[in-house]
Design a protein around this ligand. Sequence first.
Ligand code: IDP
Ligand code: MG
Length: 143
Amino acid sequence: MSNRTLAIIKPDGVQKNLIGQIITKITEAGFKIKAIKMVRLTKDSAGGFYEVHKGKFFFEGLIEYMTSGPCVPIALEKENAVADFRKLIGTTDPALADKGTIRKLYAASKAENVIHGSDSDENAAIEIAHFFSRKELLENSVS
Ligand code: IDP
Ligand code: MG
């Protein structure tokens, strides 16, 4: 079982100046930051990242949103990373999310929900590779 997941502080999280508070929640929950950067996604890059949602009613809006400003992808490590991180961020719709989760605390809506988390070990590996080269992951390694 993999111990990595990909988080993205989405453009609304960056715009609302929540990078610090969100990262504090993540590290307090026991995740180690393996790599981090700030990037402005192109439509092609966002479309590739969310390929599985192509054709859905919210796809165009999702691409607009994800390219509306810079975002902060973060490669994270922890035992049981994927499941534990999904628990930390809460359900897609913040109105339904558990108390204390990142989406419950900070997200405005199901569309603009401040943070992404991978949904499987397989997708975590693909999504980490979308943003970080092997070289970047190795060179920044602290443990
Ligand atoms: P997840 O981010 O909780 O894994 P997904 O179903 O994978 O949720 O959807 C990806 C992203 O697409 C969501 O985080 C949200 O930004 C957007 N999205 C999902 N469902 C809806 C919807 O019903 N309306 C508007 N946006 C949506
Ligand atoms: Mg998803």
